[in-house]
Design a protein around this ligand. Structure first.
Ligand code: NAD
Length: 470
């Protein structure tokens, strides 16, 4: 069976993954028309905005969209037209953790995937290759196939592929330009292998062939969960060691440096911090926990659950250290929180550690000044109110002030908490900051970002993750 030559792609979901991924495909494959569709009108409008005020911040993204939009890259709310015209459809919708019902708090909510799949079946009048881009539990492709086959018109064939996305927010464009690997999973049938070839040919326009890995469908689905679980486990491991460092006098940077020299361990992703955030790590591990429990593997479930629990512990430990250090009370004190995004170079705040820290400081009756270079004010209020459903919004707004610069946030504060590793925090005029703060002036570095020795010379009392109190 000869592979279909893909000329029209539709991506359902114009979010953090669908948007950048398919914009890069359009840029690299000028002969393929790429239409990214979404039900969210505001999001699509932002992707189409004449002054390129895109709905997500990602270094290099604007440049990609500027080059391809209107040429062979289109954004639309017309989901049906996008489906109808395409030969290959990416499903890149959200798969959050279920909030209620069976498996709440652990299982992936596959409602969006199911609705998109049903739409494909109902609308398509010709055969399509359907690609899972969303991160989904193992064997979701089987459910998608059942839905497609049960609802499709006669004569329409659907071949399902898994092509999980490994980009990291903040470096999405460089990750997409030069991925470590592109993973494509298919059924090992003649049709499955042929569909896999069609998608491989798309990526082969810019990705070296040896980096395009083709595997079975279930291996591909599980590999995505496994990759995120292993990355998060590494962070929880180094954070667990940071607690031991603080208690013993060891220095977590030195420990990470020493163990990273072992080629079996390697130096990357060994930075201790206030804890991981983002929309994926926690959700995907919980998904793995749920999967393990469903497969009657309670010990395996408990093993992975511990990675998430360690992360929660790290955040709580950090908040407690702030309170303990500030003479056991922060009531009425002003704390400047620098950074609200879950990591640098993104405006994404999902599961950001800053949200937990601010909630903790508020519950201790502190006042909080927040500054982030990318996160918009509405998002901060939305996150803080969602995190404290029982606290009246007025109360939250009385205790929190959103500032337009780091300098403004630090003025009259008694402590600065670095919650996100934005590079601009390195360039702050710390001497000036010190002058404007109440004394003693504390800096709590949750990202191992600033030069603690230099700040101490200025007069700050500096507390960092993974190092004992000076
Ligand atoms: P997102 O919430 O930013 O975007 C999803 C979009 O899908 C939303 O704009 C939503 O309106 C749209 N949508 C939902 N149902 C739809 C439908 N039926 N028709 C049309 N549009 C619909 O999510 P995201 O961060 O882009 O993540 C998408 C998937 O990729 C998730 O499964 C996630 O786990 C996975 N993933 C995310 C990242 C990341 O860094 N964000 C990385 C790798 C994988």
């Amino acid at each position: 069976m000869a592979p279909v030559k893909v000329t029209k792609i539709c991506c359902i979901g114009a979010g953090y993954v669908g948007g950048p991924t398919c914009a890069v495909i359009a840029l690299k494959c000028p002969n393929i028309t790429v239409t990214i569709v979404d039900l969210n009108q505001a999001r699509v409008d932002a992707w189409n905005s004449p002054d390129f005020k895109l709905p997500i911040y990602e270094p290099g993204l604007e440049d990609v969209v500027r080059q391809a939009r209107g040429r062979n890259l289109f954004f639309s709310t017309d989901v049906d037209k996008g489906i109808e015209e395409a030969d290959l459809i990416f499903v890149s919708v959200n798969t959050p953790t279920k909030k209620s019902g069976v498996g709440a708090g652990f299982a992936a909510d596959l409602n969006y995937v199911e609705l998109a799949t049903r739409r494909i079946a109902q609308v398509a009048t010709s055969s399509k290759i359907v690609v899972e881009k969303s991160t989904v539990p193992c064997r979701t492709a089987e459910s998608m196939r059942t839905i497609l086959e049960a609802n499709s018109r006669p004569g329409c064939r659907f071949d399902i592929l898994s092509n999980p996305e490994f980009l990291a927010e903040g470096t999405a464009i460089t990750d997409l330009f030069a991925p470590d690997r592109v993973l494509i999973g298919s059924l090992q049938t003649e049709e499955g292998i042929s569909a896999c070839q069609s998608l491989s040919d798309v990526y082969a326009n810019w990705v070296p062939k040896e980096r395009i890995l083709t595997v079975g469908l279930w291996s591909s689905e599980l590999s995505k969960l496994a990759a995120n679980a292993m990355l998060a486990q590494r962070i929880s491991s180094i954070n667990a060691l940071s607690a031991i460092c603080e208690a013993t006098g060891a220095n977590i940077d030195e420990v990470a440096h020493a163990i990273g020299y072992d080629t079996r361990i390697g130096p990357k992703f060994l930075k201790a911090s206030v804890g991981f955030g983002g929309s994926c790590f926690q959700k995907d591990i919980l998904n793995l926990v749920y999967l393990s429990e469903s497969l009657h593997l309670p010990e395996v479930a408990a093993y992975w659950r511990q990675v998430v629990e360690m992360n929660e512990h790290q955040k709580r430990r950090f908040s407690k250290r702030v309170v303990d250090t500030m003479f056991n009370t922060i009531t009425g004190k002003r704390i400047a929180v620098l950074g609200f995004a879950f990591k640098a170079d993104t405006g994404d705040t999902r599961e950001s550690a800053a949200i937990t820290l601010i909630r903790d400081f508020q519950s201790e009756k502190a006042y909080v000044n927040v500054y982030d270079p990318q996160v918009v004010e509405d998002q901060i209020w939305a996150d803080l109110t969602e995190a404290q459903p029982l606290v009246p919004v007025d109360q939250i707004k009385k205790q929190v002030r959103i500032c337009s610069s780091a300098m403004e946030a630090c003025r009259d504060a008694e402590a600065v908490v670095i919650a996100t590793e934005w590079k601009e925090f390195l360039d702050i005029d710390w001497e000036e900051v010190y002058k404007t703060m109440n004394k003693p002036a504390f800096v709590f570095d949750g990202r191992l970002l600033v030069d603690a020795a230099k700040l101490r010379e200025i007069g700050f009392k500096v507390v960092t993750i993974g190092r004992p109190a000076p």
